[in-house]
Design a protein around this ligand. Structure first.
Ligand code: PMP
Length: 294
């Protein structure tokens, strides 16, 4: 049984100070909890160094701005606090979770007098988001009945807690049916992404990925695009219909938690996996990159 997150040793940074992990509690009557009024980040430290820390902090501030929250700290204070916390926790490899939420000063949907909290937690037991044996064999995905909404229905560029219910519903749907993850289509019926990761397809030297115009343009996605272009692959961002995926040889997910994870099937469409695949090479290249670049 995995360790519960509400009973651990260590520290959490909250609102400018370090507090004991077990004392990092928030009141039940909290606006962020009731209405999903929160934004967060997911980052990874490799060898004591958070990969693209500044970029994640920038996205946190942008997400907050999009949902109307002004973070009461500077970007450099957040960057420094992440670093200090990892050091205090004595971690080298860990997952990093900053979160900003509307507090308890008022309830209801009005945000006029909301107070804002900021916290950072780190943990080292997400060595892999998916089980390592599943990553090697490749994931089995099923198409979710839940769709990524239109840009004027939910703010897709914000990593905001509220809209994550779509991902939770999709993940639950997939797991109940015995799959590892779900493929989400968008409101137009194009392929969008996994429940917590972006998606790529491979056909010879062509790498195709959906246009991020209604889902998060992941930092890993951007890193992988740059990496494969440098290696001479043709990277094409395009709208992809579900019935086109039979044309592809390989498929994989990208995300901070998922890193690069091969996909063995989507519904009844099968893809190549294993050590001779391009995806396998990309996994190794990505691992090298995150361990050398900050
Ligand atoms: N889409 C969703 C829904 C996600 O939760 C994530 C993970 N943050 C991603 C894509 C990938 O983003 P990133 O590469 O920045 O982690």
């Amino acid at each position: 049984m995995a360790k519960s997150f509400d009973n651990r040793d260590g520290w959490i940074w909250q609102d400018g100070e370090f507090i004991n992990w077990n004392e990092a509690k928030t009141h039940i009557i909290t606006q962020g909890l009731h209405y999903g009024s929160a934004v967060f980040e997911g980052e990874r430290s490799y060898n004591g160094n958070i990969f693209k820390s500044d970029q994640h902090t920038k996205r946190l501030f942008k997400s907050a701005e999009i949902i109307g929250i002004k973070i009461p700290f500077s970007e450099s204070e957040i960057n420094q606090s992440k670093f200090d916390l990892i050091k205090k926790m004595n971690f080298k490899e860990c997952y990093v979770r900053p979160i900003v939420w509307r507090g308890s000063s008022q309830m209801g949907l009005s945000t006029n007098n909301s107070n804002i909290h900021v916290a950072i937690a780190v943990w080292d037991d997400w060595a892999s988001y998916f089980k390592i044996e599943d990553r090697i064999a490749g994931l089995r995905l099923i198409t979710s009945p839940w769709k990524r909404p239109a840009p004027d229905t939910a703010p897709y560029e914000a990593k905001a807690s509220g809209p994550y219910i779509i991902c939770t519903l999709s993940k639950e749907y997939a797991e109940k049916k015995g799959y590892h993850d779900a493929l989400m289509l968008d409101y137009r019926g194009y392929i969008a992404e996994g429940t917590g990761a972006n998606i790529f397809f491979v056909k010879d030297k062509d790498i195709h990925t959906p246009i991020p115009d209604c889902f998060l343009n992941g930092i890993t996605r951007q890193t992988v695009i740059e990496m494969v272009k440098k290696q001479g692959f043709n990277l094409i961002e395009k709208y992809i219909k579900p019935d086109e995926i039979t044309n592809y040889d390989e498929a994989f997910l990208t995300g901070t938690a998922a890193e690069i994870t091969p996909i063995q099937s989507i519904d009844d469409v099968k893809f190549k996996t294993g050590h001779n695949c391009i995806t396998y090479k990309f996994m190794q290249d990505y691992s090298e990159l995150v361990n050398t670049v900050s």
